[in-house]
Ligand binder design. Structure first.
Ligand code: NDP
Length: 332
């Protein structure tokens, strides 16, 4: 299966702005879109040049759909994954994979039972920037990694100021942004943190139900420390990643964005030099191409279902630490 025939579950912004273009550039077909609102489904199909539309059930029931891309609101990811798996469709599900560890595990089990591929659409771990950073660390470029800092404080665009602010369960910065941080920290450090503390605030002018800014500190069993700053409220600040080691450091600017940009600066005893990543492809194209290869049995998705589950384990621990004011331990 070189070209996938996609069914979209969720008539969403990210599908229109990132995923449909990526699928089409790769020569895949977008066959149908399923939405909970029939009128919106029709409008969306026309705007995005998709021939068929209907309910989510209509789309998973189609014989001409090989795989579904799920970008419904976070509360519906489990239900829609289970529906698709039961219909024998491969699943590329948006992050956060689920809103609880039990839901995530149920999704993995449903796809395994059905014999279909499950991947999480984390766009960052497959990017050229993060693959290059992981390779530098694996090659010992900074010696022993002792600390990582993630700068992921951005301004939430006006068009996205809906459920992310209104929903206490599915919204909030921990499930939206910290979960992205975890998607790159987990493979970079090869483990989940053992302990997490975090504080959050509601800083925006929108009176949000969920936290819109947080800072977390994580400790790993080997003593590595991680800090993250995740926010919807900060204008004109670059995102970034610092990996700080016993023999050197890596500083990446614009590391946590949706475009294939970003720089990597390596500093060690010999001085500092810029490292150019080998791959500058669109991040969503990388995710879709790797998913298609995994469906063919050629390699793994850039983020598997299990990777998505591990990312929410971290994000949920951060959210629990915010809510309780206590240190939260993560057990795998
Ligand atoms: P949107 O708010 O654009 O879409 C979410 C749902 O809202 C849609 O599926 C649709 O429901 C409904 N909706 C949106 N617009 C309308 C409308 N005009 N009328 C009626 N219903 C509407 O969300 P996002 O695209 O921002 O996020 C969707 C998912 O993708 C989330 O899980 C998010 O976390 C993830 N995401 C991932 C990104 C990444 O880089 N990996 C980037 C951005 C988002 P229905 O299902 O009924 O069609």
């Amino acid at each position: 299966m070189n070209s996938i025939r996609w069914g979209l579950l969720g008539a969403s912004d990210v599908a229109a702005t990132r995923m449909i273009p990526a699928m089409r550039r790769l020569g895949h077909q977008v066959v149908a879109v399923g939405s909970q609102t029939p009128k919106w489904a029709a409008t969306y199909a026309e705007r995005n040049d998709i021939a068929a539309f209907g309910s989510v059930e209509d789309v998973v029931g189609r014989d001409d759909v090989d795989a579904v891309y799920i970008s419904t609101i976070n509360e519906l990811h489990r239900e829609h994954t289970e529906l698709a798996a039961a219909a024998g469709k491969h699943v590329l599900c948006e992050k956060p994979l689920a809103l609880s560890v039990d839901d995530g595990r149920a999704m993995l089990a449903a796809c395994e039972r059905a014999g279909v591929t499950l991947a999480t659409n984390h766009h960052l771990p497959g990017s050229g920037i993060h693959r290059t950073i992981r390779q530098l660390v694996a090659d010992g470029a900074v010696g022993r990694v002792l600390a990582v800092r993630v700068f992921h404080a951005v301004m939430l665009p006006a068009r996205l100021q809906g459920w992310r602010l209104a929903s206490r369960e599915g919204g909030g910065v921990a499930m939206d942004i910290t979960c992205h941080d975890a998607s790159i920290l987990n493979p970079l450090l090869g483990a989940l943190p053992s302990d997490v503390v975090a504080l959050a605030a509601n800083q925006g002018p929108w009176g949000s139900a969920a936290e819109d800014a947080l800072m977390s500190t994580m400790r790993y069993l080997d003593g590595t420390l991680v800090q993250t700053h995740d926010a919807f409220t900060i204008a004109h600040a670059p995102t970034g990643l610092q990996v700080l080691g016993s023999d050197g450091s890596i500083e990446s600017r614009a590391a946590m964005v949706q475009e294939p940009v970003g720089t990597i600066l390596l500093r060690d005893a010999t001085g500092e030099r810029e490292v150019e990543p080998e791959d500058r492809r669109d991040l969503y194209e990388i995710s879709v191409a790797a998913f298609a290869a995994a469906v063919r049995g050629e390699g793994a998705p850039t983020a598997t279902g299990l990777d998505g589950l591990r990312a929410i384990q971290v994000a949920l621990a951060v959210r629990e630490a915010v809510g309780s004011g206590h240190r939260v331990s993560i057990t795998e």
